[in-house]
Design a protein around this ligand. Structure first.
Ligand code: GLP
Length: 241
């Protein structure tokens, strides 16, 4: 595990974006796994700026997102589909037909999970997966005790996760109670993983990860068994400030 320590969120966003745009430049047909949440927003802002100044092109990039709330349409302002358009996709030259996010309104959610897995496989798997981490160590929406061999599946969101994400909704009652997420097994098949961790609130999760105990009780610990993980963490998350 390669750990890059940065001063603050600004620097984390710059370094995160440099890693991603560097991969896109060296491998224009990259299949990229994107994440949502507050953490990657600065990285996406930097990618947009790099796209407009340095002309990094995404026209041959394929994008898969980690997860989506069940019950929200792609147009819903709180859907992750909407989030990705607003924070990244509509500002770069990626083709809308090359961006994939689970359909939160699928008539048959189990079938949607299977379809999503097949699509990832069909496109040759994910080259670089961007991740954030939840306070309880969740990655994607894989809550504690999710099997490390899980594939794309439906999850019941932990109350703590719904509370953490309630800041984007009018009230916690509006936060969906279920989501579709890539499984931990799916994530682990990515050829490379970039995990961004920022802020004092994530200090406990990062320190537990660095403890090195691989345990399904703490989903992010699966990453300890992956051969190509880079963590970019700021001083607040590392507890060095
Ligand atoms: C959500 C997302 C995760 C994300 C997590 C942390 O639950 N499904 O992919 O990593 O939130 O978000 P934040 O970066 O806002 O702390």
């Amino acid at each position: 595990m390669n750990i890059i320590e940065v001063e603050n969120y600004e620097e984390l966003s710059i370094v995160g974006a440099e890693i991603i745009s560097g991969r896109v430049k060296s491998q224009p047909h990259l299949t990229m796994g994107f994440a949502t949440g507050g953490t990657p927003v600065g990285t996406y802002r930097e990618l947009i700026s790099d796209h407009s100044t340095k002309k990094t092109s995404y026209k041959n990039v394929t994008a898969f997102n980690l997860d989506e709330y069940l019950g929200l349409s792609g147009d819903h302002p709180n859907s992750y589909c909407h989030f990705m358009k607003e924070h990244l996709f509509q500002h770069i030259d990626i083709h809308s037909t090359s961006t994939f996010i689970p359909n939160g309104l699928a008539e048959n959610p189990l079938e949607e999970c299977r379809r999503y897995e097949e699509l990832i496989e069909e496109k040759g798997g994910i080259d670089l997966q961007l991740l954030g981490i939840g306070f309880n160590g969740h990655i994607g929406f894989n809550e504690p005790y999710t099997s490390f061999s899980s594939r794309t599946h439906i999850v019941d969101l932990a109350l703590s996760t719904r509370k953490a994400n309630a800041r984007y909704f009018n009230s916690i009652d509006d936060v969906p109670s279920q989501a579709v997420t890539m499984g931990i097994g799916t994530i682990m098949e990515s050829r490379e993983i970039l995990l961004l961790i920022s802020g004092a609130g994530k200090q406990a999760a990062l320190s537990r990860l660095l403890d090195g105990d691989v345990n399904e009780e703490f989903p992010a610990s699966a990453l300890l068994s992956h051969s190509a993980v880079t963590i970019v963490a700021d001083a607040a998350a590392l507890g060095t400030r």
